[in-house]
Design a protein around this ligand. Structure first.
Ligand SMILES: Cc1cc2nc3c(=O)[nH]c(=O)nc-3n(C[C@H](O)[C@H](O)[C@H](O)COP(=O)(O)O)c2cc1C
Length: 370
């Protein structure tokens, strides 16, 4: 396929934003905010600027408040120092002609007292997620959380709103809500982790209430066409957060309701495993197509895509945009490599999370980026 005919390299109108191509850099935690303030650094600005030829960059997941923390050296967006650090990033990306959304996250019960000044993490219910949480002392077993009170739920929604305001001050082009894998929103969506008897638990509608209340709060700050949300209906996490008999109906409900939200996009992560024999076997055939039928807005597809499969899913109309995670670690010039069908470099997994320049800003572009 010639350069200009590639669907991935055609421009796309994302709400009021014109994207120069449909190659999206997926959110990648790299744990380089190695300072007590958890503020982005000039090293991070260099890293993102190197990748500005993507049609859109989605930042690494970023804590909305100190209570959201569940890992080490991940940046936040709740102090003015952090906002100043993010300005370095957004300025550098914009200077290189790129666009960047900030990904907002809360760990919920997937945290540890070491991250929370000794406080017990809050989750939907006092149920241990049975996974490990990475701390300064290495991986530790998750503790049994305390259930969020309603006042704490209100406070958390307000924290998301403040974080969204801070993202605006920091110069981002939009925000993406992290509603994937084992974090706060999937914990509420899960009938295993959420056994609340109030309006946040029980029925699908109740378990999805927090998601929509957070989106409603974000919409008070950003136009909906600048807000994306990322889901992993098929994520088999360690511990109790796994797809079950209600998963398909839960996401059908969510995708249907999101039609009224007119978001920038829904970012849908595909299955990493064969779904036959699982509770969501019905999603195995035409996974993205099934959600595409329900959701009428812009669909951003993710997981394991290559130049070839990315072009195909856009050409056949199943997705509008494709995001790339791992390929962006070692290929800052991924768009250029796709354009010329050059081979991709392999990333060193030892430097995925944490460290400094090595394995972060030293992957060469075929034609060096400024
Ligand atoms: C090192 C690493 C860090 C990641 N961090 C995040 C993150 O902070 N937020 C998120 O939504 N996904 C995160 N992901 C998932 C990626 O965004 C993406 O969904 C996943 O890697 C699948 O896409 P790929 O097959 O193109 O790599 C991470 C993945 C990797 C490998």
């Amino acid at each position: 396929m010639s350069n200009t005919q590639q669907p991935l390299l055609t421009s796309f109108q994302l709400g009021d934003l014109q994207l120069k191509n449909r190659v999206v850099m997926s959110s990648l935690t790299r744990a380089r905010a190695t300072n007590p303030e958890l503020a982005p650094t000039s090293l991070m600005a260099t890293y993102y600027a190197q990748r500005a030829s993507a049609g859109l960059i989605i930042s690494e997941s970023t804590w909305i408040s100190p209570k959201a923390i569940g890992f080490i050296n991940i940046p936040g967006i709740y102090t003015q120092t952090q906002v100043a650090g993010w300005k370095l990033v957004t300025n550098a990306v914009h200077k290189n002609g790129g666009k960047i959304f900030l990904q907002l996250v809360h760990s919920g019960a997937a945290s540890h007292p070491e991250h929370l000044d000794g406080e017990i993490p809050r989750g939907p219910s006092p149920i241990n997620l049975q996974l490990q949480v990475y701390t300064e002392d290495g991986p530790q077993d998750a503790v049994t959380p305390l259930a969020f009170t309603k006042a704490e739920i209100r406070e958390t929604i307000a924290d998301f709103k403040t974080a969204a305001e801070n993202a605006k001050s920091a110069g981002f082009d939009g925000i993406e809500l992290h509603a994937q894998i084992f974090t706060l929103i999937p914990q509420f969506l899960s009938s295993a982790a959420n056994q609340r008897t109030d309006e946040y638990g029980g029925s699908i509608e109740n378990r999805a209430r927090l998601l929509f209340e957070i989106l409603d709060a974000l919409k008070q700050v950003w136009k909906s066409e600048r807000i994306g949300v990322k889901f992993t209906p098929a994520a088999f996490n360690p511990g109790i957060l796994k797809p079950d008999e209600q998963t398909i109906a839960t996401y059908q409900y969510i995708f249907n309701r999101l039609n009224d939200y007119h978001l920038a996009y829904v970012h849908l992560v595909g299955p990493a495993v064969d779904l036959y024999g699982t509770t969501i076997a019905a999603l195995q055939e035409n996974y993205f197509g099934q959600f595409r039928k329900i959701y009428k807005g812009t669909l951003l597809s993710n997981l394991g895509f290559s130049r070839e499969t990315g072009n195909r899913i856009i050409a056949d109309g199943t997705a509008d945009l494709v995001s790339f995670g791992c390929p962006y670690i070692a290929n800052p010039d991924l768009v250029y490599r796709f354009a010329h069908d050059f081979p991709l470099a392999e990333a060193d997994t030892n430097t995925f999370y944490g460290g400094y320049e090595r394995g972060y800003i030293d992957y060469p572009a075929i034609i060096p980026v400024q």
